[in-house]
Design a protein around this ligand. Sequence first.
Ligand code: ADP
Ligand code: 5GP
Length: 204
Amino acid sequence: MMMRKGLLIVYSGPSGVGKGSILGPYLKEHPEAVLSVSMTTRAPRPGETDGVEYHFVTREQFESEIAAGGLLEYAQYSGNYYGTPHRMVEEQRAQGRDVVLEIEVQGAAHIRKVCPDAVFIFVMPPSYETLENRLSGRGTEPPEVVQRRLEAARTELRCAAEYDYIIVNDDLEEARARLGAVIIAARCEARRMKNMIDKVEQNV
Ligand code: ADP
Ligand code: 5GP
């Protein structure tokens, strides 16, 4: 049987909306899905390990990666560079694994141009106020960073309608269930089933 190529899943939402809280359990339960490890110039947060959450690099290293054409997309966010290394994405998808890119909206817009077959999922807070509470409640950034991220969130929320699916993170368990449902739905989309349709038609 021909192996299905893995999905490219673009997963966005403002900082503090709960992207990590929703996706973490999904990845644990689904070994066929992997998270792409991005490269960034921001400093690691306490508990983050180089090569796990991100590849932490200097601006010089990041800029030489751009020049070498090693990034599928990249963007500046809140004063730092973030980008997706090309190679792992293609290798994993070729082996049938779904690859999740947890990236901000400018990077997502670029992926829409270069990989139109990707699935675009956006996580929304039930309200702006909830987002403020979650982001400051997480306590991982100083107040001025929280403020900058909340400003970025205003612009990001305006891009939500450009995505294929929106998950409102009100109740966490429900949001997790919706993510699983959306990924199954994406696999069933007719435009992704052409090979299957052709195969069955051949035997009619
Ligand atoms: P992101 O990955 O989008 O930056 P996180 O997953 O780190 O966001 O979540 C931000 C904070 O909000 C965390 O402290 C998390 O425990 C909390 N959180 C996430 N989802 C919910 C939810 N549905 N209800 C209440 N708190 C939540
Ligand atoms: P954080 O600093 O909270 O880890 O990430 C800040 C923002 O950058 C988040 O919206 C996150 O999704 C996004 N991001 C992380 N990696 C990448 C990447 O490789 N490319 C782009 N465009 N955005 C990224």
